[in-house]
Design a binder for this molecule. Structure first.
Ligand code: SAM
Ligand code: DTB
Ligand code: SF4
Length: 334
């Protein structure tokens, strides 16, 4: 099978994004069926291992020390707590466990050693591990890989020209440098953005274009809907339409046929019908469990009912590796 195209122009991406919706959904569903088992959804669980007090000023985030939110700064969780939560997630059917820290960049020294121990322990349970710790050096990425890390999440959030409206304490180029370090270390790349921050349709196209032109493309793409947080500059943004979310997902599926497309934050705003639309458009991964990092997520019972009603089942572990260009993968191929 030939590798997916990575030389899309912004005009080509816009042309797909603005197709009549049935045409777009049909294309996305056809691509999806060539690469994945229809109706198989990867189930991931998130744990905030270090909550709040973050020095970055991301305008959407409950954990930024720049905003007055209800989230209090906490210390790094102990290893035993993290392992207990990973076991619970595994018992609940999750195959991927993602650990998030409210850091600008992964810490040097003792705290980083503790995170490495968490990655070793969680991988040892047979779970796929993912971390999102802020910016990484190449050396830190290498050490995470050696500890058994499968994926690293680092979002670009939006188009480059909108990034200054999202955060002022770091640049888009810094984001890209961390993604490059992750790729170089042989860890699979998980990146994506947030819809509903006040961005335009052109910015959404810009986000999709940037994601699809990574070479190689990311193994996982996260599509978050803004969870409006009281006390942040984005608290009063109106909710994004599920039709926009479905268009973004379908375009991502057409452009990045082999990526897991994760319907991430904001699912509590989506009806079962809107979920159905997003899965039909090509989303094939979710976060399960009542909490994301700090924000609420649908209850397990509601997701179980949704899976039953739609005839969805959990995807087995992702066996792709970044070393194989992220393209090997028996499990994910349909
Ligand atoms: N501090 C690290 C970083 O920023 O890379 C890791 C944790 S951070 C909370 C992970 C991602 O969650 C962000 O990049 C952002 O895309 C997403 N996110 C954070 N707050 C959100 C919100 N209120 N609504 C939707 N997505 C959000
Ligand atoms: C991603 O793209 N979404 C997740 C994960 N990566 C780390 C985080 C969502 C956070 C939602 C807001 C919160 O829980 O505070
Ligand atoms: Fe910090 Fe990450 Fe929140 Fe930005 S998104 S404020 S870097 S925790």
């Amino acid at each position: 099978m030939t590798a997916p195209r990575t030389d899309w122009s912004r005009q080509e991406v816009a042309a797909i994004y603005t197709l009549p919706v049935f045409e777009l959904l049909h294309r996305a569903q056809s691509v999806h069926r060539k690469h994945f088992q229809p109706g198989e959804i990867q189930v991931s669980t998130l744990l905030s291992i270090k909550t709040g007090g973050c020095p970055e000023d991301c305008g959407y985030c409950a954990q930024s020390a720049h905003h007055h939110t209800d989230v209090k700064a906490e210390k790094l969780l102990p290893l035993a707590t993290v392992v207990a939560r990973a076991r619970q997630a595994q018992a609940g059917g999750a195959t991927r466990f993602c650990m998030g820290a409210a850091w600008r960049q992964a810490r040097a020294g003792g705290e980083f050693e503790q995170v490495l121990a968490m990655v070793r322990a969680v991988s040892g349970l047979g779970l796929e591990t993912c971390c999102t710790l802020g910016m990484l050096t190449e050396e830190q990425a290498r050490r995470l890989k050696a500890a058994g890390l499968h994926a690293y999440n680092h979002n670009i959030d939006s188009a480059e020209e909108f990034y200054g409206h999202v955060v002022t304490t770091r640049t888009y180029a810094e984001r890209l440098a961390t993604i490059a370090a992750v790729r170089k270390a042989g860890i699979t790349v998980c990146t994506g953005g947030i819809l509903g921050m006040g961005e335009s349709e052109a910015h959404r196209v810009g986000l999709l274009h940037r994601l699809a032109t990574f070479d190689p493309q990311p193994e996982s793409v996260t599509v978050n809907m803004l969870v409006p947080i009281k006390g942040t500059p984005m608290a009063d943004q109106p909710p994004v339409s599920p039709i926009v979310v479905a268009r973004v997902i379908a375009t991502a599926r057409v452009l990045m046929p082999r990526a897991l497309v994760r319907l991430s934050a904001g699912r509590t705003q989506l009806s079962p019908e809107a979920h159905l639309l997003c899965f039909y458009a090509g989303a094939n991964s979710i976060f399960a469990g009542e909490r994301l990092l700090t924000a609420p997520n649908p209850e397990r019972d509601a997701d179980a009912k949704l899976f039953e009603n739609l005839g969805l089942k959990a995807m087995p572990r992702d066996t792709r590796t970044a070393d194989a260009g992220g393209l090997g993968g028996a499990a994910a191929e349909g």
